[in-house]
Design a protein around this ligand. Structure first.
Ligand code: ADP
Ligand code: MG
Length: 168
């Protein structure tokens, strides 16, 4: 079974909708690691995730707070919260930071710049890289660990149905 998915995106709406499709099919406790340069679309994708989960509060870059917790009301697989982290600021002090597993078990966790806290990523997770190829074009790579291989197959099917350009 495939555990990697590579997609070509040519506008912002498609990044938002990709987030939406990812979250619509999400599993309670899911951990999503987001990586990619500044302006690649990590926060933009998180907005789509929030939309699917039923988040009413504004999703923006939590750089200066490290974490924002949003209530999720759409009851996707029982997900009650969106934990949105941006660990960019932790570059020099990642040793001081801990991810408390208990807090995200009933929610969905999204971490921007997650490579910075690589050692703290739970064993089962999605890892998404957003690469800027042009002003509005991105190549998005999604890697799933074993538990989420089937999930990724479902997401792939839905992306195909929505005319996404899948590289593999
Ligand atoms: P990050 O959180 O990765 O730093 P943001 O989501 O905050 O990035 O910003 C992405 C910026 O790029 C936004 O200004 C958005 O309008 C723009 N943009 C242009 N094309 C895309 C695209 N295909 N996907 C995501 N964002 C895009
Ligand atoms: Mg951001």
């Amino acid at each position: 079974m495939e555990n990697i998915l590579k997609i070509k995106i040519d506008n912002e709406i498609k990044t938002i909708n990709l987030g939406y499709i990812l979250a619509k099919n999400a599993k309670k406790g899911m951990f999503i690691a987001l990586n990619g340069d500044l302006g690649a679309g990590k926060t933009t994708m998180t907005k789509g995730i929030g939309k699917a989960l039923g988040v009413d509060t504004t999703i923006n870059s939590p750089t200066f707070t490290i974490m924002k917790v949003h209530n999720a009301t759409n009851n996707i697989d029982g997900i009650d919260k969106l934990y949105h982290l941006d660990v960019y600021r932790l570059t020099d002090s990642s040793g001081d930071f801990e991810l408390e597993e208990y807090f995200y078990q009933d929610g969905l966790t999204v971490v921007e710049w997650c490579d910075i806290i690589k050692d703290l990523i739970p064993d089962e997770h999605l890892e998404i890289n957003l690469q800027i190829t042009d002003l509005t074009k991105r190549i998005i790579t999604i890697k799933a660990t074993q538990e989420f291989e089937n999930y990724l197959a479902i997401v792939k099917k839905e992306l195909e149905e929505n005319n996404y350009e899948i590289i593999y």
